[in-house]
Design a protein around this ligand. Sequence first.
Ligand code: SAM
Length: 212
Amino acid sequence: MGREFLDVFEEWASSYDEAVAGEDPQYRDVFDKYDTILDTVANVAEGNVLEFGVGTGNLSEKLVQKNLQVFGIEPSNPMREIAQEKFPELSIEEGDFLNFPIPATEINSIVSTYAFHHLKDEEKEQAIQKFHDVLVPNGKVIFADTVYETEKTKQDIHEEAKTKGYTDLLHDLQTEYYPLLEDLRAMFERSGFRFEAKQLNKFVWLFVAEKQ
Ligand SMILES: C[S@@+](CC[C@H](N)C(=O)[O-])C[C@H]1O[C@@H](n2cnc3c(N)ncnc32)[C@H](O)[C@@H]1O
């Protein structure tokens, strides 16, 4: 469940770090301020951190630099191999947002960047309930990912991708499960979180949900 886009990463893993550096024009705006976005997430995290969709390990590196204990979860073999090669000391387990080994220690923060949109809305709801179960009281979910502020923003962004001939980007936007901000807020609040969000670039929002 929730792993339907893994094929994309079989092909993308080896050039992923070039894309986040802005080398692919179609994804330049998505990865605009990538480094700052990861810093923003890492700066809110504290204590023992569970990270989902580690990818090539760029957020994990920032968390480790803050002396946080990181438990990484990544379903894609090529992504996991690249991250492990870059950061041999990092703990990265095979798993996904819904099925993952739970560390035998308390979890203070759950973090993820550019990954939660791989889940359908009902899968997001299930994952959020699991986050609530796993976190300590007042623990936080700290994610950055593409979110549409309104239905109108969604239509405008799709239209612009179409006009620019960004067919790969448009295909992603039309097939993956990027949520509306208010739907995301409702999902977290239903599961007992206090939810706050802030826009970080044209596509990506930081959302912080604190367990109540
Ligand atoms: C766009 S990359 C982001 C990687 C990294 N977090 C970053 O910010 O650069 C998305 C990552 O999410 C992973 N992913 C895909 N489906 C997932 C799922 N169901 N659960 C957890 N991770 C998933 C992919 O394998 C990939 O490594």
